[in-house]
Design a protein around this ligand. Structure first.
Ligand SMILES: Cc1ncc(COP(=O)(O)O)c(C=O)c1O
Length: 464
């Protein structure tokens, strides 16, 4: 592409971004889609500034940006070049790969957790009685005060508020292990959404359980398909995430929850409900478990909205089940280290958790606004309080092919395959995490690379 052609091709639409950012993004698209080859010279700053009606300083900032992103290199007194004259495309990809932009993992955005923890440690260090207590043995299901805090917290999902129904776990995954180890035997069928949480899949493999994917629609698990599977296989256990399902972000309506609960009752299914992502919601819908108080197990934790290192979760179930789970806890680890629920309890009592999750929501909102702008025109699913986007890929991309090509451009995402249960065919879709990049600017770079790629047709050599 000649410099004249390029100058006339650069569009400065009304994106709402700072001008330098919009220019850098446009040029990045030309570079990443291969319309500008490695070694090609970028337009002289003054000429481009004149064409776009901006100052030379704005274009200079845009070029700095491309340099920071590793896409261009300035040569003193000469100009700026698509990086780099002396390097091959493969070498460039290898460099970009060395520090890929991570839109694959789902990690809460740091807010004020460190300050909150520091304050709690100060309070605790001045409270010898509390210190003595966290160093002592406790009941397997946890200290009453901690369970009360858990019951209070879970009432936001419409749960009973009864502490006798709540036990402490080392996070939702540990709660899941506790339930499945107690209730399932090798070979048992466990029904779940056809795309499901990989931690469940790993556990099912370890325990030699048969994990069976149930058809989904826009609201998640389809009740008729669930009933048919339960009857055909004689299954007695199911796992599902009615609110903000991972990875699709789908949420069941009240009517769907009632239908699923009715199937569970008719088929005698025990329901494991995962609310780990629902915790992000300011006003979540009532948990599915509220319709099934005697045959449900509600898992919750703060990992995805605040602090995965806290390894703290609450499990709510009828007391008769908790007695059985206590035996598992004894065999597994005696009890959860009381220091962790002590921290969580103080954070619940003082409103710290609400505040931290609210901060998280605000940051997710800002990142989602950025994503909506960059990915405008693409048909993705998003929830204003959820950091994960679900993007069915436009023709002719296949998910594996797209993620491999995107990896070459230095951006990581998860494909539907990562979540597919068994060998059921997975849709041509990817999950994009908005929260893991360290800054919103880094997220924008990743999303711009993704957008540039999605609009360029795949070549045979991109096949993984
Ligand atoms: C749906 C779902 N459930 C449970 C977990 C694990 O939660 P925890 O860290 O509390 O064990 C995750 C973490 O990725 C998840 O995505």
């Amino acid at each position: 592409m000649s410099i004249d052609q390029l100058i006339s091709a650069v569009q400065l639409g009304d994106s709402g971004k700072p001008k330098y950012q919009a220019i850098a993004d446009e040029l990045a698209q030309f570079i990443l889609s291969g319309q500008m080859a490695v070694g090609e010279k970028l337009p002289p700053q003054r000429a481009l500034a004149h064409r776009l009606g901006v100052t030379t300083g704005t274009v200079s900032r845009a070029y700095d940006r491309l340099e920071q992103d590793g896409l261009a290199t300035a040569r003193v007194g000469d100009g700026t070049y698509v990086r780099a004259l002396e390097k091959t495309q493969t070498e460039l990809s290898t460099e970009v790969l060395a520090t890929p932009i991570d839109l694959a993992h789902n990690v809460a955005i740091p807010t004020e957790e460190v300050q909150a923890l520091r304050r709690t440690f100060e309070e605790l260090s001045a409270d010898p009685q509390a210190l003595q207590q966290v160093l002592s043995y406790q009941a397997e299901t946890g200290l009453r005060r901690h369970r009360e805090a858990g019951a209070q917290w879970l009432s936001r999902f419409g749960m009973t508020g009864n502490w006798k129904r709540v036990m402490i776990t080392h996070g939702a995954q540990h709660g899941l292990t506790c339930i499945l180890s107690t209730l399932a035997r090798p070979g048992d069928a466990v029904l779940t959404e056809s795309l499901s949480y990989p931690g469940l899949q790993a556990l099912a493999r370890l325990m030699r359980l048969q994990l069976i994917g149930v058809e989904m629609d826009d609201e998640g698990m389809v009740p008729q398909a669930l009933e048919q599977m339960a009857k055909t296989l004689g299954a007695k256990l199911m796992f599902c995430s009615p609110t903000l399902h991972n990875p699709t972000g789908s949420t069941m309506s009240i009517a769907r929850r009632q239908d699923i609960a009715a199937v569970a009752r008719r088929c005698g299914l025990l329901v494991i409900e995962d609310t780990v992502h629902a915790t992000a919601k300011a006003a979540p819908l009532p948990a599915l478990s509220t319709w099934l108080p005697e045959q449900s197990f509600l898992l919750s934790s703060f990992s995805k909205v605040m602090a995965p290192g806290l390894r703290m979760g609450f499990l709510e179930a009828a007391p008769v089940w908790l007695d059985k789970f206590a035996a598992f806890m004894r065999a597994d680890c005696w009890m959860v280290s009381p220091l962790l629920p002590e921290i969580a309890t103080r954070w619940i009592e003082r409103g710290t958790i609400e505040k931290l999750i609210d901060l998280q929501r605000q940051l997710i909102g800002a990142r989602l606004a950025c994503a909506r702008e960059i990915l405008a025109g693409l048909d993705f699913k998003a929830d204003p309080e959820y950091p994960l986007l679900w993007l069915p890929l436009p023709e002719p991309w296949r998910a594996g092919q797209f993620s491999a090509a995107l990896r070459q451009a230095g951006v990581l995402v998860r494909t539907a395959d990562h979540f597919a249960v068994g060998r059921s065919p997975a849709p041509h879709a990817i999950r994009i995490s908005l929260n893991t990049p360290l800054s919103i600017d880094q997220l924008a770079v990743g999303l711009n690379r993704l957008k540039a790629l999605i609009h360029s047709p795949p070549s045979a050599s991109m096949d993984p």
